[in-house]
Design a protein around this ligand. Structure first.
Ligand code: COA
Length: 698
């Protein structure tokens, strides 16, 4: 996308119409009314002029250069018109027309045909099936939407035209302004990443908002958006389940990853803030546009009633913020100047009869306090409340302390309307309830935290994996027409990548099993070897703590009989013999592959209750950094066990981190691996050992 996509020198409107009610009319009317200063050339085979502008029968007949053409002609005409644009040397197309891939196979073919013409002539395309774009600073309204937003600093990118239309109309009633608006439509060519990148370079844009249902390319998204979030906040509302979720997962890790997790993980990697509702998206936008980013997590609350103060306090904690602990001087000043019944600790309660001067005093004192990073003012209406005066005081203090964000909750309706309106107009985000006010502060605070955490290169270090062994195992498995590795094969694979696995040897008869066990030393564990059996314990396919040669032989026969009884059609490869490992902290390290974002790495509490406890955290495997590994371990409850729970000795966290790193590397090196479950991994005071490894290939 060229950087002046929303500021073209000249425009052709193909399908411009004189008939009110048609899209071709609304479009040219919007363009003319928006005050666009470039040349507009209406194109219509029948008309000589449209709304006062001379019209041409074809773009080929326009006597001057045309930089951008906007299409409002029926779908079947689009390829021919595109060809003419290509011949004319048009650079960008914006196609409002519907009837392409969103309608099915025929539409898909038409879209492909159209796109190949555009590629041939090096034309970039926004749409098709979109409502166009707006830039309030150019100014230009290249849409068929109703109305033109006021100038502002929000760029809004939407995959849904209908959502754009609704938001634009709502924004006009509440006075939210925009710098740019892009409708993505079918994203045949230009997509969210192009628009985010353009908005990132736009000096008029302070925050970038997106509504998307998917991303066009995961790697591209991560690369570009990671850079953008270093400069300005990107807030995304993503709806719809990802394709990864649609695929049935055969591993614990895959099942835990769920449908939408890859987006969470990818957004975290790039520093994108994820909104979970439209209102959250815009609450955050308003906060980012008007208020500074807080320097820390300490919030002060000033209220005129106890209940809302408690609700807000709960929310502060729930969002991972902290209630500021005021300095002694602050507390003393509040004590001396507020009534004795007032609460002088955080939340500061100026009492029900608190007028504007009391709010002003308390708010100023807490803003002066070094231990306060942000403030929320909560106001409930009683007869003596002064909503407008209080609003003025908040605005003045917001200007006097430009480093500390302030949000307000004016909890009521009619009685507070004037004050609430004034606050919003002057840039203090004002909500009706305390929860979104605190959520807005939390969103801004997490933007400050979301530093880009990828650590390209950290993976390699001096560690050299044995790729040859892995290739050889995969070759044998594919020759055997299997997709799932046997336990012994999987153990060999992770061992080649430096993850210690308990020695596992396949036996094909009771005698062979006994011989292996004798060599290994007792006690041993015996497990049925079959890629077709996912839950071995459930079919009587596992024996733990086997101590003698005879027990091993009997165990072998018994396992085979059990399996035959439960699954008569399955013929196991034999029984795997494993040295019994001493008890350790039971963990899971796993991997699942997402179609968009590639391998995701998982870590958490292991064992048979993994799916029940769901104590698992995920990150992108590509370029995983030390910081990310540390964070993913620390955010699980397993971490508490690892640090030594109730007098237990702490386990080797470094060895666990190393295993996460090495499994990430394996997942990146071998794209044919779809899923890995190492469950359990026993972690000890020194080192770890993988007891059960499952690997599935594509
Ligand atoms: N070059 C220029 N103009 C042409 C043309 C050509 N090759 N062929 C036809 N036209 C003119 C028509 O004469 C007409 O002008 P007129 O009103 O003066 O007669 C105009 O282009 C539009 O063509 P028409 O056949 O009347 O189509 P339409 O207006 O009924 O529908 C669309 C066209 C694009 C609006 C319609 O196909 C469509 O896609 N609608 C859905 C849009 C949508 O929802 N988009 C996605 C939003 S999320």
């Amino acid at each position: 996308m060229t950087s002046n996509f929303t500021n073209p020198k000249s425009l052709a409107v193909i399908g411009a119409s004189k008939t009110p009610g048609k899209i071709g009319f609304a479009l040219i009317n919007n363009l003319l009314e928006s005050g666009y200063k470039g040349n507009i050339f209406p194109i219509n085979p029948k008309e000589k002029e449209i709304l006062g502008a001379p019209s041409f029968p074809s773009v080929m007949e326009v006597p001057e250069d045309v930089e951008t053409a906007i299409f409002a002609v029926p779908a079947k005409k689009v390829p021919d018109v595109a060809k003419e644009c290509g011949q004319k040397g048009v650079k960008n197309l914006v196609v409002l027309t519907a009837g392409f891939k969103e309608t099915g196979r025929e539409g898909m073919e038409l879209e492909k045909k159209f796109l190949s013409i555009c590629k041939k002539h090096h034309m970039r395309v926004l749409g098709p099936n979109c409502v166009g774009f707006i830039d309030t600073h150019t100014p230009i309204n290249a849409t068929f939407l109703k109305g033109f937003p006021v100038k502002g600093e929000i760029a809004f990118i939407s995959q849904s035209g209908a959502i754009l239309a609704a938001i634009l109309d709502w924004s006009q009633t509440v006075g939210i302004g925009y710098s740019k608006i892009y409708s993505l439509g079918n994203k045949a060519d230009l997509n969210e990443v192009d628009c985010i990148a353009e908005a990132a370079g736009d000096p008029n844009t302070k925050v970038i908002l997106c509504y998307i249902e998917d991303v066009a390319s995961g790697p591209e998204f991560i690369k570009v958006v990671s850079e953008v979030t270093g400069k300005k906040p990107v807030v995304i509302l993503k709806s719809g389940a990802s394709q990864a979720g649609a695929r049935a997962a055969s591993s614990h890790t895959g099942a835990l990853a769920g449908s939408d997790l890859a987006y969470d993980v990818a957004f975290k990697r790039c520093g994108v803030l994820r909104a979970y509702s439209m209102s959250e998206l815009f609450d955050l936008a308003i906060a980012f546009v008007n208020q500074p980013i807080p320097k820390g997590k300490n919030v002060a609350i000033v209220t005129n009633s106890g209940g809302p103060g408690i609700i807000a306090t709960d929310k502060v904690e729930a969002h991972g913020l902290q209630m500021a602990r005021f300095l002694k001087e602050t507390i003393e000043e509040l004590r001396l100047n507020l009534p004795p019944e007032a609460s002088i600790y955080n939340p500061v309660d100026v009492l029900g009869d608190g007028r504007a001067d009391r709010f002003r005093f308390a708010l100023e004192k807490v803003l002066e306090d070094k231990s306060v990073d942000s403030a929320a003012v909560l106001l409930c209406p009683v007869a003596v409340t002064e909503p407008l005066e209080t609003a003025r005081a908040i605005i003045e203090l917001n200007n006097a302390y430009p480093e500390k964000p302030i949000v307000a909750a004016y909890m009521g309706g009619q009685a507070l309307a004037d004050g609430a309106k004034l606050l919003s107009q002057k840039g203090v985000p004002c909500f009706t309830m305390p929860e979104p006010a605190i959520a807005a502060l939390a969103g801004m605070s997490s933007y400050a935290d979301l530093k880009i955490t990828a650590g390209a290169g950290e993976n390699n270090g001096s560690f050299k994996p044995d790729q040859k062994t892995v290739k050889a195992v995969f070759y044998d498995v594919s020759r055997d027409h299997r997709l799932t590795l046997l336990g012994s094969e999987a153990a060999e694979v992770i061992d080649a990548y430096g993850i210690a696995a308990t020695a596992t040897v396949l036996s094909r008869s009771p005698e062979e099993a006994a011989e292996i066990a004798e060599n290994m030393g007792y006690p041993v564990v015996m497990k049925v070897a079959s890629p077709k059996i996912i839950h071995k314990t459930d079919v009587g396919g596992v024996k733990i703590g086997v101590h003698t040669c005879d027990e091993v032989k009997r165990g072998y026969v018994n396992i085979m009989e059990n399996v035959h009884r439960y699954l008569p059609k399955v013929v196991p490869h034999g029984v795997e013999i494993q040295k019994m490992a001493p008890e350790g902290v039971e963990l899971i390290i796993g991997m699942t592959r997402d179609v968009q974002f590639g391998p995701l790495i998982a870590f958490g509490l292991g064992g048979i209750y993994v799916n029940l406890l769901k104590d698992v955290s995920f990150r992108l495997a590509h370029d995983i950094s030390n910081k990310e590994i540390k964070e993913m371990i620390a955010e699980t409850r397993a971490y508490k066990l690892m640090k030594g729970y109730r007098g237990e000795k702490p386990v080797d966290i470094d060895a666990v981190s190393e295993a996460i790193r090495k499994l990430s590397l394996l997942a990146v090196d071998f794209p044919e691996i779809v899923e890995v479950d190492i469950n359990p991994v026993f972690a000890y005071e020194r080192g770890i050992t993988a007891l059960d490894v499952k690997i599935t290939l594509s």
